[in-house]
Design a protein around this ligand. Structure first.
Ligand code: AMP
Ligand code: ZN
Ligand code: FE
Ligand code: FE
Length: 280
């Protein structure tokens, strides 16, 4: 399979059905093996529910699993996503906080559906919930309900017309600041990494977040341009941070063209993160 030569060894940013991805953890691992990856990071939004199944499948398919999460935080109205890797799953503090965040997700979905009512769209919570197979519900599940009911053709149209930033039913509702997100990850012995900073141009916040305990920057990402990669690599070097990367794979129907393993890093980076986590 010569396409394997174009791929990275490890894709450290992947979503599963535990949150808003379309593949189960086991299906994701199987696909990772098919496309020639050696490692993947499971980074579902506000949940670690997918870890166990991924690890079991990883042992079968010889795929190394990096246990992660992605936290959405709010920086003066701007969304800042923080990845956490190799957190201590036995931490009660982490369990409680993640539960709060998932409850806030449900409240946010209800608010968005309230806005829909004003727009003449009647969708019940249950209709959204049926697309959430795991414990963390999110806007892509609303997009799926909009498609099902014929309001939009695809997920992108759902975000553009209704639920994306700037659209009429957009509700920002992130309970954490970036600093709080970083503290939560570090408190649970995890490695905190700034996700895809190029998407919303977040360089001004980085010095404060490094002070708060940030340890890495996701330099390679499906939504980063070559210039973004250059800029964030330079910043990472300046602050002596890890440079990570991943596709942000959710499944073809959710993010068309974002292929598993299309963006990533060498297995060495995965090992660096494991080393760092052991020292946290
Ligand atoms: P939530 O966690 O509920 O805020 O939803 C965030 C998720 O929605 C992201 O991880 C993406 O999967 C998806 N998303 C965000 N913006 C867009 C967009 N403009 N088009 C398609 N999907 C998007
Ligand atoms: Zn997502
Ligand atoms: Fe993100
Ligand atoms: Fe993501």
């Amino acid at each position: 399979m010569d396409s394997a030569f174009d791929l990275y060894e490890a894709d450290l940013h992947c979503h599963t059905t535990a949150s808003d991805g379309l593949l189960s953890p086991a299906e994701l691992v199987q696909l990772a093996a098919q496309v020639g990856l050696k490692g993947i990071g499971i980074t579902d939004h506000d949940t670690i529910q997918g870890w166990q199944e991924a690890e079991e499948a990883g042992a079968n398919y010889h795929i190394q699993i990096l246990k992660g999460i992605e936290l959405n935080t709010n920086w003066d109205g701007k969304e800042v996503h923080i990845l956490g890797y190799e957190l201590d799953s036995s931490s009660d503090y982490l369990t409680d906080k993640l539960r709060d965040l998932r409850n806030a997700r449900e409240e946010r979905i209800l608010k968005i559906l309230g806005r829909f009512k004003d727009l003449g769209i009647k969708i019940a919570f249950d209709e959204v919930q049926q697309f959430a197979q795991g414990e963390s519900i999110g806007r892509p599940h609303i997009a799926q309900a909009l498609i099902e009911r014929g309001y939009v053709r695809d997920v992108k149209e759902g975000f553009d017309r209704y639920i994306g930033i700037g659209a009429p039913a957009y509700i920002p509702s992130y309970k954490l600041t970036p600093e709080e997100g970083i503290h939560l990850i570090r408190e649970a012995q995890g490695v905190a990494v700034l996700a895809h900073p190029g998407v919303l141009r977040l360089e001004e916040g980085i010095p404060d977040w490094v002070k708060a305990g940030l340890q890495g920057i996701e330099v390679r990402h499906s939504q980063h341009s070559p210039d973004d990669e250059k800029k964030y690599l330079q910043i990472a070097q300046e602050y002596r941070l890890l440079t990570t990367g991943g596709s942000d794979f959710h499944g073809e129907a959710c993010k068309p063209g974002v292929n598993l393993g299309g963006w990533g890093v060498s297995l060495d980076v995965l090992r660096q993160i494991l080393d760092l986590a052991r020292r946290n």
